[in-house]
Design a binder for this molecule. Structure first.
Ligand code: NAP
Length: 310
């Protein structure tokens, strides 16, 4: 089975690319697999203001392009290919990538997480025509319009505040009567004259003709339904870890995130995890990068314990 790599990294977001920088610089033959576009979720962030060392902010796109060029500089290969499964063959780790088995001495999983969908009528039909999962990407399209934000977490409230830059009004719909979001975000949202709240409600249906025209809301306490006109439906109800391809092989927590020790090592020797797919991750660019670095260092240390034939 050829070729054989020292380190295969599954996922080309900040965690994976940072792991690639360290693995490549340590002179390990390194390959990064990415099924979509390199950069992951962060590429949609207009500006990252809390990225240490960049007091003037940095766009998600620039952050990723810098990480990618640094990884390439140290010799990491990049392939647009999806990892479908992982197994062990002796000490070697086999990544099944689009039917092609790739052999490696160590693997770092940095596949991140994707948006959680509501699963209601109209959601897929109007995706890109009024339904969005990314306020920073699509907010400007709703200048002067009335929009709705589904969700009560930090992301939903952060995004609702962002949307007030463009929208005439933002109605936050939350399934309980208390936000999950805390601190400054919550205070800012409550004091914004553009944001209003509908409590104890969920979207039961998204309706329209060519584009979104309104939603049907269902009261979670009484079960009653009512219609509400809106031009845009932003959905921010959490994320789903991209760990399906290792389910049954690695230990996952109740939410499906991969469990590691403090050194990013999983329940299977030679397999490490970095970034948002890791159980307990903080889901910040800076911490994803830290995870990637730690995973690469741990993988390097592990490779040092293997026989050269592995
Ligand atoms: P989250 O904290 O899991 O919040 C998800 C929200 O969606 C919750 O309000 C939840 O309601 C609601 N929800 C979940 N499933 C739903 C469903 N099927 N129907 C309706 N509502 C549903 O996710 P997040 O906001 O993306 O945040 C993820 C992590 O990133 C958190 O640790 C957060 O602190 C962090 N973060 C931090 C910042 C910041 O500090 N600036 C910004 C963004 C994200 P319940 O509350 O009822 O469960």
């Amino acid at each position: 089975m050829q070729p054989r790599y020292d380190v295969i990294i599954v996922g080309g977001g900040p965690a994976g690319l940072s792991a690639a920088i360290y693995a490549g610089r340590a002179r390990f033959s390194t390959l990064v697999l990415e099924k979509g576009f390199f950069g992951g979720q962060v590429i949609t962030a207009t500006d990252i203001w809390n990225y240490p060392g960049f007091p003037e902010g940095i766009t998600g796109e620039e952050c990723v392009s810098r990480l990618e060029s640094q990884a390439r500089k140290y010799g990491a290969g990049m392939e647009n290919i999806e990892a479908l499964g992982i197994s062990k063959e002796g000490d070697a780790v086999i990544v099944k990538a689009d039917g092609r088995p790739l052999k490696s001495r160590a693997v770092i999983i940095a596949t991140g997480a994707s948006v959680r969908k509501l699963g209601v009528k109209g959601e897929d039909e109007f995706a890109g025509r009024g339904v969005s999962y990314c306020a920073t990407c699509d907010g400007a399209l709703f200048a002067g319009r009335d929009v709705l934000m589904m969700g009560g977490g930090d992301t939903a409230i952060d995004d609702a505040l962002f949307l007030t830059k463009y929208a005439r009004s933002v109605t936050v719909v939350h399934r309980r009567d208390e936000l999950r979001a805390t601190g400054l975000l919550r205070e800012k949202a409550f004091s914004s004259d553009k944001i209003s709240f509908i409590w104890n409600s969920v979207i039961a249906e998204i309706a329209g003709d060519k584009a979104v025209e309104g939603v049907v809301l269902r009261d979670t306490l009484t079960g009653e339904s009512r219609s509400l006109p809106t031009s845009g439906v932003f959905i921010s109800i959490g994320r789903v870890p991209s760990s399906g391809f290792v389910r049954g092989f690695l230990d996952l927590d109740d939410g499906g995130y991969i469990v590691t020790d403090m050194r990013m090592a999983t329940s299977v020797k030679g397999i490490f995890v970095a970034g948002d797919v890791r159980s307990g991750a903080w889901r910040q660019v800076a911490t994803a990068i830290g995870d990637g670095v730690a995973a690469a260092l741990s993988a390097g240390q592990y490779i040092g314990t293997l026989s050269p034939q592995t």
